[in-house]
Design a protein around this ligand. Sequence first.
Ligand code: NAP
Length: 238
Amino acid sequence: MSRKERIRPFVLVNVAVSADGKLSTRERRQVKISGPDDFDRGDIIKSGADAIMVGIGTVLADNPSLTIKSAERIQERLSQGRPEHPVRVVVDSLARTPPDAKILHKGPGQRIIVVSENAPPSRIEGLRPLATIITTPGDRVDLAFLLEELGKQGIRRLMVEGGGRLISSLFAAGLVDQLSMFIGNMIIGGENAPTLADGEGWIREEEFTRLDLAGVQTLDEGVLISWNVRRDTRTGSG
Ligand code: NAP
C-alpha cells in the first residue's frame, strides 16, 4: 500500500442514473431520478461522511446545499462531537463558484473550494470570506493532491455526489473505493447528456476500472447497485 493510499480518505461515489445511464438531461438541468427511499439512503451516507464533494459543473447546474436533511441524523452527529454537516468541498479550478451559491450559505460548517494555480486572484478573494481555499498545482485541480490534503485535515470518509466529469477523473486517478448507483425508471436519452463517468473514457480493456458487485436491491421504483472498486485493476492505482 502506497503512502498516498494510507493518507487519503475512503472515497464513496453515490449517484442516481436513469435506466439509460444518464445523470441529467442534455441541457445539464437537474432532474428527479431518485424516489424518497433513495433520497433517504443518500442522507444516511451523507451523515456517515466527514466531507462531501462535487464538481463546479454540479454547483452551477443544480445549486445544491449538500446538507443533511434528517434532524435525527444531525443530532446523532452532534452527540458524537461531529459537525452538523459534512465539510462541503467544491472542485473548481477557476474559482467560478457563485458567492451566493447555496453550498456556501445553507447550514453551518466548513466549506472548501479547491482551485488551480490558474484561478483569478480577484475571484479567490471574493470567496475567501465564505470558504477555505485550497490551491493545487497545475492548471486543473489535482485530485490526488487534494485527497491527500483532505486526509491530512482529518477527513477519513469522503462522499462524492458528482457530476460525471469529476467522477471520471477520480476513476482515472484510481481514487474511488466504492460506487453506489440508484437506477431510476426512466429513459432520459441524448448522446450529450451527462453519464456516470464522462471525460475522455478509456480504450484498452486493461485500462478499465473493474468492480466487484457488493449488493443489489430494489428501491423505490428502481434498483440500487453497490460496487467495490477492485484494487488491483483500479485505473491509475499503479
Ligand atoms: P461536474 O463533474 O460536477 O464538474 C466538472 C467540472 O469540475 C469540470 O468542468 C471542471 O471545471 C472542474 N474540475 C476541476 N478539476 C477537475 C478534474 N481534475 N477533473 C474533473 N473536473 C474538474 O460537472 P458535470 O460533469 O457537468 O456534471 C454536472 C451534471 O451532472 C449536471 O447536469 C447535474 O445535474 C448532474 N448531476 C447528477 C447527479 C445525479 O446523481 N444524478 C449528481 C450530481 C450531478 P473547471 O475546469 O472550471 O474547474
